[in-house]
Ligand binder design. Sequence first.
Ligand code: BES
Ligand code: MN
Ligand code: MN
Length: 457
Amino acid sequence: MSAAALDFARQHQTRFLDELKSLLRIPSVSTLPQHQEDVRHAARFVADELRRIGMENVRLIETEGHPLVYADWLHAEGKSTALCYGHYDVQPPDPLDEWTSPPFEPEERNGNLYARGAVDDKGQMYMHVKALESLMHAHQGRLPLNVRVIVEGEEEVGGEGIARFVREHPEQLKADFALVSDTEMFAPELPTLCVGLRGMIYTEIEARGAKTDLHSGMYGGAAPNPFVALAQIIARLKDINGRILIPGFYDKVTPPSQTEIRAWRTLPFDEEHYRATEVGSRVLIGEPGYSVLERTWARPTLDVHGMPGGFTGAGAKTVIPAKATAKVSLRLVPDMNPAESFAQYQKYVLSLCPPGVDLDVRLIHSGEPILVRTDNPFIRAATEAMHEVFHKDTVFVRSGGSIPIVGDFERYLKIPTVMMGFGLPDDNLHAPNEKFHIANFYRGIESIILFLEKLGS
Ligand code: BES
Ligand code: MN
Ligand code: MN
């Protein structure tokens, strides 16, 4: 049985990759209003393909933002039900001039496929679709277990639409476990399951000073400058060692167990290589007493993403802007609570407000941190399946990234999630020259085929 599905996948690798390229040509950037139609176009592409391979009840589910794509096949009586999740939206491609080939014109170079969304997450989501197609073909139009598919178009902007759907219609996504392929392998050739994600709160601080922009010579020294105010506030959010200074912020942080920390020490991690090749900075920063993996997986952080406003063009303009904004996000770890963390942050920021400036502290979106359960047959089947493909034992890692809906699967659907991802550490997620290692696209499809077959046998 499994040989037939694997054979089919191997025989159709080129077609699968060509189809993925077509999907990557659609610039489905969820955060940019001018791409709204492209985002919908990508949703239709995914829905059409699910229909073509034989999935049933395929439909777009409208939300207040971008649509969800739903499909199911529920005729494997007595078998368990998988919920396959992915996202078809992508991050903005800028800065464009740093891409070797244009972000929405997928190009193969050195065994990699370069495009925005190649690995995050169109390529990985598409592995699910192609695994299902291969299984359908090998099992005479049937699947070895029941499958629901839910693909969202708002993951990169917080996933509010899917969160609401899961909350309001848990029965429509009833399943025994979720499969998410939106994470990375710890190293090339090393099969990896991700068992923890950080949560986040994404915020904006808006500072307003004078009633209008002012000449900085005529008024400088008397008029408040909202950028300086933001700089002063931001400088007091974190100390020089990276410790966040918001009162009470660390109260609910649960450190990883000794067993987990010991396991992390055995991972093949070369801090110097990471600094030089992945980060490319002179030194790494962070809290003393914590390893890099602990800092990025198990400690909260705060980052500033941009400060829109004022004059940012070429050359010089002497202006005191009336208004300035800072986009600030905080990553959370178990068992921090986004609502509580935001309240602490908002209160602290407001307390730092210098004279002459009015502040608004807004929450843009949030997601809970999550640790998934590993003592279940789904995780075991995943490690067995990947062993057959990679001939290696699976490592368990956490990730510093966030996938907001995973926490909701646990909370509202009450099911465990298997995060089986095939990205690589140098895939340039969210950055110029994003890529997917093509061999991993194929190995991912094969791993998922074997995984689902095991759970259906
Ligand atoms: N796939 C990523 C998250 C990720 C990256 C998990 C690497 C594990 C390893 C996801 O698409 C993402 O970028 N999420 C955003 C979420 C946010 C906008 C709510 C993130 O982490 O910034
Ligand atoms: Mn993703
Ligand atoms: Mn992403």
